[in-house]
Design a protein around this ligand. Structure first.
Ligand SMILES: Cc1cc2nc3c(=O)[nH]c(=O)nc-3n(C[C@H](O)[C@H](O)[C@H](O)COP(=O)(O)OP(=O)(O)OC[C@H]3O[C@@H](n4cnc5c(N)ncnc54)[C@H](O)[C@@H]3O)c2cc1C
Length: 707
């Protein structure tokens, strides 16, 4: 039961013991949920949070696992205490550190993790960052066969597969590699689909798999197993066994783990919570640790007077498998994974080569993942990526959560993107996300370099902040920045657009082409390959004329479904920006000359027929415009991309549909729009194929507010 305090009471003093996944998630969550209803103290022996999950790369890259200084939490008002939790006197609401210091508290969260102990005597034990050298040495010396194994009670088997896959990738002509595990199938915990995918990966990498086999010890060049076999090997790499922390004063199970309920409350102990590997349970995983921490934080926040109903921990496993190539993303809802429920909730399927949640991260913590992705800056929260609807979505009702995504880098073209993004933002009430990708791949490789990554991330953050600051005047609660590592800025923007439910991505264009034109091969052009929403390409130098009103919007119209989608988007823009439309058709010479050359109708007769037909279809579109939108038709003749490009000099905005083959609701290069991008002289918006109401959601909220 939740005991709420009165609003005037002093803040609740929360002491968090630990400096790992669960501890950081707990303080971030408490800060977000309870604000100044709590004071936060963190007791930990070290100064840094070490990203242990990334340590599987260290034996191959030579780089140590990334670290984030715990000092960054001071920005949230978290007081740091150096030391280790020794004894808990729950009845007195105090703890003693192993150094003999007494600390009082109102609520205590124990997040001291588990102890890693050797589980397969004689093997090279991989515990994380500090074991990298030993594992690298064992792998380099092995000639014939290396076994990757784990003891019963390892708690988390994923690193074993990563080590084997990375070793296969690193030493393609090296010794034979085999995984030996008690699991019946690879990574059984994630379910059969993920398990099959991993089995295929192992197979492709030439890695053997011995399931349902419990390793006992390494004796004289062989691994002995519980079923009495000896498997010969010249190196055996084993994961550690997790042992409970056995904190004096707290009840523990036989292995020293702390029993908790769904809200993280320690059984039979008042005002003490525990989260993470320190608690009892068969799976020791960072994501679950974070989820337990969230449940405890919610319970405490409610007790501190925050207006929320604390939820019990809901266990969702999220795993990223480093494979030596593109990582594999796995997700499984342990508490509700019925195949029927998944599509109905729109949750992603459980396995993918692209991210299933956002921001990406080895550890899926609601607050921690975003904190780590931003290099230690609190703010965003983790969200599962919704599956892209295959069918057109139903009309939007009421205010939406749509957003305008502005892709920036440190060049002047980003100022153009910002200037146009502001025009859209002013006309809508959508959120605005300023995104900066930095050229770094988190896929494991020899080139992995944590400090270099940090420098790039810091630069990207500064760039995103500088660009955001140019959006002065837009309410702060609508504005966010995000940074992401990706060697391809276009791919990064696609991913962010999906995660952020962006209705439109705005980018500047390269100035290597003629002033005001998009250069081939630029991010803008690459964005045309499969963007999940509309994209706007803004010509170089737009920032200098951004104050000019948008009065004329042109729509490239050729009678196709894609062109109809462009008209629909232009109608939304026309209403929101109070602009007039031009529905522009182009008569291309090949439409009449080819038939004439083949001995058909004379080109003059045919040309007149086609002109009439184009004019009729343009007139039909203009006649069908809603009463509150003014438009006229314009007929041009010549090469469509050249003509539209030339004509765009007199327009304030051009809208085009997207041709090309591929999934619905994607922007695809092809047809005129791809070439038009290079010739257009005003901002151009390309809308995705098959979208039901392109840009509808972007302006729906503003219209609703205005009404
Ligand atoms: C090689 C490897 C790979 C992994 N890969 C993944 C992965 O891909 N995804 C994933 O989700 N999980 C992964 N895990 C598991 C994940 O790292 C743990 O589940 C997670 O770190 C548990 O979080 P925690 O906060 O409970 O403990 P920890 O992160 O271990 O943190 C414990 C903290 O408590 C501090 N501490 C210890 N004793 C005391 C004390 N007496 N008083 C105060 N502080 C104390 C420690 O210094 C530390 O800061 C991996 C683990 C390993 C070893």
């Amino acid at each position: 039961m939740t005991r709420q305090r009165s609003p005037d009471s002093n803040p609740l003093r929360v002491l968090v013991a630990g400096g790992g996944v669960a501890a950081i998630e707990a303080v971030l969550a408490l800060h977000a949920l309870a604000g100044d209803r709590v004071t936060l103290e963190m007791l930990a022996p070290g100064d840094d949070f070490v990203e242990r999950p990334s340590s599987v790369l260290s034996p191959f890259s030579g780089e140590s696992a990334p670290r984030v200084p715990l000092g960054r939490l001071a920005e949230l008002g978290v007081t740091r205490r150096h030391g280790s939790l020794g004894v808990v006197h729950a009845e007195r609401h105090e703890v003693w550190t192993t150094d003999g210091v007494r600390i009082g508290y109102d609520r205590l969260i124990v997040a001291t993790g588990a102890r890693s102990v050797e589980g397969v005597p004689g093997a090279t034990t991989f515990r994380g960052p500090l074991s990298a050298g030993a594992v690298e040495g064992a792998l380099r010396q092995a000639r014939e066969r290396v076994l990757f194994t784990l003891p019963a009670g390892a708690g988390w088997t994923l690193p074993l597969y990563e080590l084997a896959l990375l070793a296969a990738h690193e030493f393609p002509d090296g010794p034979e590699l085999t995984v030996v595990t008690p699991e019946p199938r690879p990574l059984e915990i994630f379910g059969p689909v993920a398990s099959d995918a991993l089995a295929r990966l192992l197979d492709r990498a030439g890695i053997g798999f011995e399931g349902e086999t419990v390793a006992e010890a390494v004796v004289g060049g062989a691994l002995s197993t519980r079923d009495g076999r000896l498997i010969g090997a010249d190196a055996v790499i084993a994961l550690a066994r997790a042992q409970g922390p056995r904190i004096a004063g707290l009840p523990a199970d036989a292995d020293g783990f702390i029993e908790v309920d769904g809200h993280g409350r320690v059984s039979g102990t008042r005002d003490v919570f525990a989260a993470g590997d320190a608690t009892a349970g068969p799976i020791k995983q960072g994501g679950l640790a974070a989820q337990q921490a969230d449940a405890a934080a919610e319970a405490i926040a409610a007790e501190a007077g925050a207006q929320l109903t604390p939820r019990a921990c809901r266990r969702v496993l999220r795993g990223v498998v480093f494979t030596g190539e593109a990582p594999l993303f796995l997700r499984r809802d342990l508490d509700d994974d019925s195949p029927l429920a998944r599509p109905l909730r729109g949750a992603p399927v459980g396995i993918s080569r692209s991210q299933l949640w956002w921001p990406s991260g080895k550890i899926g913590g609601r607050y921690l993942t975003a904190f780590l992705a931003a290099g230690g800056e609190p703010g965003a929260t983790l969200s599962d990526r919704p599956r892209r609807p295959v069918l057109a979505h139903p009309p939007t009702e009421g205010p939406t959560m749509s957003s305008i995504l502005i892709g920036v880098d440190a060049s002047a073209r980003s100022e153009d993107a910002i200037a146009f993004g502001r025009r859209l933002a002013d006309a809508s009430s959508a959120g605005v996300v300023v995104a900066c990708a930095f050229a770094y791949s988190d896929a494991p490789s020899r080139a992995s370099n944590a400090s270099y990554r940090q420098i790039l991330a810091d630069d990207a953050k500064q760039t995103a902040r500088d660009m955001r600051d140019r959006l002065e005047g837009i309410a702060a609660d609508r504005l966010r920045i995000t940074i992401t590592p990706n060697p391809s800025p276009a791919h990064a923007l696609h991913d962010i657009a999906e995660a952020e439910h962006a209705e439109i991505i705005v980018v500047g264009s390269s100035h290597t082409g003629r002033l005001g034109r998009v250069a081939p091969g630029s991010t803008g052009e690459r964005l045309l390959h499969g963007a999940p929403c509309a994209i706007a390409i803004v010509p170089f130098g737009y920032r200098t004329r951004a104050e000019e009103p948008i009065r004329r919007i042109g729509v490239a119209y050729d009678g196709s479904d894609e062109a109809d989608a462009a008209v629909a988007a232009a109608v939304e823009l026309s209403r929101a920006l109070d602009a007039e439309l031009e529905i522009i058709g182009v008569l291309a010479p090949e439409a009449y000359s080819a038939t004439a050359l083949m001995g058909g109708l004379s080109s003059v007769t045919l040309r007149e027929d086609i002109e009439r037909s184009i004019q009729a279809s343009l007139d039909t579109v203009v006649a069908g415009l809603p009463a509150d939108v003014t438009g006229e038709s314009v007929r041009l003749a010549g090469d469509p991309a050249d003509e539209l490009g030339e004509h765009s000099a007199g327009l304030d905005l051009m809208v085009a549909g997207s041709r090309g083959y591929g999934p619905l609701r994607s922007v695809l290069v092809g047809g005129v729009s791809g070439r038009l991008m290079r010739t257009v002289q005003c901002p151009m918006i390309v809308v995705p194929r098959g979208a039901h109401e392109p840009l509808g959601a972007l302006f729906a909220a503003a219209t609703a507010t205005a009404a």
